[in-house]
Design a protein around this ligand. Structure first.
Ligand code: NAD
Length: 294
C-alpha cells in the first residue's frame, strides 16, 4: 500500500483518486475547488488544506492538472513540491502537458535525488471511472517500476516509453494520429453518403478492407452506424473537440521545436481549430464529420 498525495481532482483526477482508494492505498487529496475534494473524500480519501499539506507523510505524489504552467508552478521553486518533499518521494504527473516542461520538472526532481515519471493517460472520463486507463510513462526504469504498482490501481496497459518527457511524446504522437484517422474516416464516410451509399454498409466494407482503422472500428463518426458511439448520441463527449485541439497544439509546438514535418497533423489541427471556434468546442471530437456535410 502506498501513501498517496493526489493533487488535481477534475473530470479525470477525481475518479482516478477514488480508484486508488478502492485499490487499498491511503490517499490524501487536494484541489483548488472544495467540491472536487469532497466527492473523493466521501469515498474514503483524506482531505488536505494545501498541496504541501497533502505532501506531508506521502511516499507517492500524483498530479492531474490542466497544463504545463500548472505543473511547473506546483513542482518548481523554493515552495514547490520538489523542494519540500521528503527523501524517497516518487512523483507521477498524469496531466497532458508539453514534453519540455515534463523534462524540466523531471530533471529538477532528479537533481534533488527524487524519482519522477511523466505518465499521461489515454482513455477519457469513462476509462478513468472504470480504472481502465492506459498510461504512457517517461522517466528512469526504477521510477517506472515503482510507479507501475500504483498506476495499476487506475488502469491497464502501462508502458515505459523512455526517459523524462517520453510519455508526453508518445501521447502527442498517438493523439495526432487519432485526429488524422478520425478526419479521414469522416470525410470518406461523407463522400460515400453523398453518393447514396448507406454509411453502415460502407463502414462494413471498409472494416473488411484496407481502410480499416480504430475510429471506424470503435468510434464511427457517422450517426446511427454504431449505437454506442457519441455520433449516435448527439455527439455528447466522449473526448471533447477542445481537448483534441489542445493535444494537437502540443504536437505542433513540438514539431516546431524538433523541426519535424507533420503536414497531416497540421491540417487536422487547423480543421479542429476552425470547427471548435464555431461553437463545437465541447462536443465530441467525432463531430468533425459535420464539417464535410453541406
Ligand atoms: P479538469 O480541468 O477537469 O481538472 C483539473 C483540476 O486541476 C481542476 O479540478 C482544478 O481545480 C485543479 N487544479 C488546477 N491547478 C491546481 C493547483 N495548483 N492545485 C490543485 N489543483 C489544481 O481537467 P481534466 O479533464 O481532469 O484533465 C486533466 C488532465 O488530463 C489535462 O491535462 C487533460 O488534457 C488530460 N486528459 C483529459 C482527458 C479527458 O477526457 N478529460 C483525457 C485524457 C487526458
Amino acid at each position: 500500500m502506498a501513501k498517496v498525495a493526489f493533487i488535481g481532482l477534475g473530470n479525470m483526477g477525481g475518479p482516478m483518486a477514488a480508484n486508488l482508494v478502492k485499490a487499498g492505498h491511503q490517499v490524501t487529496v487536494f484541489d483548488l475547488v472544495e467540491a472536487a475534494m469532497d466527492a473523493v473524500v466521501a469515498q474514503g480519501a483524506g482531505k488536505a488544506a494545501s498541496a504541501l499539506e497533502a505532501l506531508a507523510g506521502a511516499d507517492t505524489v500524483i498530479t492531474m492538472l490542466p497544463a504545463g504552467k500548472h505543473v511547473a508552478g506546483l513542482y518548481l521553486g523554493e515552495e514547490g513540491l520538489i523542494a519540500k518533499a521528503a527523501d524517497g518521494t516518487l512523483f507521477m504527473d498524469c496531466s497532458t502537458i508539453d514534453a519540455e516542461t515534463a523534462r524540466r520538472v523531471g530533471e529538477a526532481a532528479a537533481a534533488r535525488g527524487l524519482q519522477m515519471i511523466d505518465a499521461p493517460v489515454s482513455g477519457g472520463v469513462k476509462a478513468a471511472q472504470a480504472g481502465t486507463l492506459a498510461f504512457m510513462c517517461g522517466g528512469s526504469a526504477d521510477g517506472f517500476a515503482r510507479g507501475k504498482l500504483v498506476l495499476e490501481g487506475m488502469g491497464k496497459n502501462i508502458f515505459h516509453a523512455g526517459d523524462h518527457g517520453a510519455g508526453q511524446i508518445a501521447k502527442i504522437c498517438n493523439n495526432m494520429l487519432l485526429a488524422v484517422h478520425m478526419v479521414g474516416t469522416a470525410e470518406a464516410l461523407q463522400l460515400g453518403a453523398n453518393n447514396g451509399l448507406d454509411p453502415k454498409v460502407l463502414s462494413e466494407i471498409m472494416l473488411n478492407s484496407s481502410g480499416k482503422n480504430w475510429s471506424l472500428e470503435n468510434y464511427n463518426p457517422y450517426p446511427d452506424v454504431m449505437p454506442t458511439a457519441p455520433a449516435s448520441n448527439d455527439y455528447k463527449p466522449g473526448f471533447m473537440v477542445q481537448l483534441m485541439l489542445k493535444d494537437l497544439g502540443l504536437a505542433m509546438e513540438n514539431s516546431l521545436a524538433t523541426q519535424s514535418s507533420v503536414p497531416m497533423g497540421a491540417l487536422a489541427r487547423s480543421l479542429y481549430a476552425s470547427f471548435s471556434s464555431k461553437g463545437n468546442a465541447q462536443r465530441d471530437f467525432s463531430s468533425i464529420l459535420e464539417m464535410f456535410q453541406s
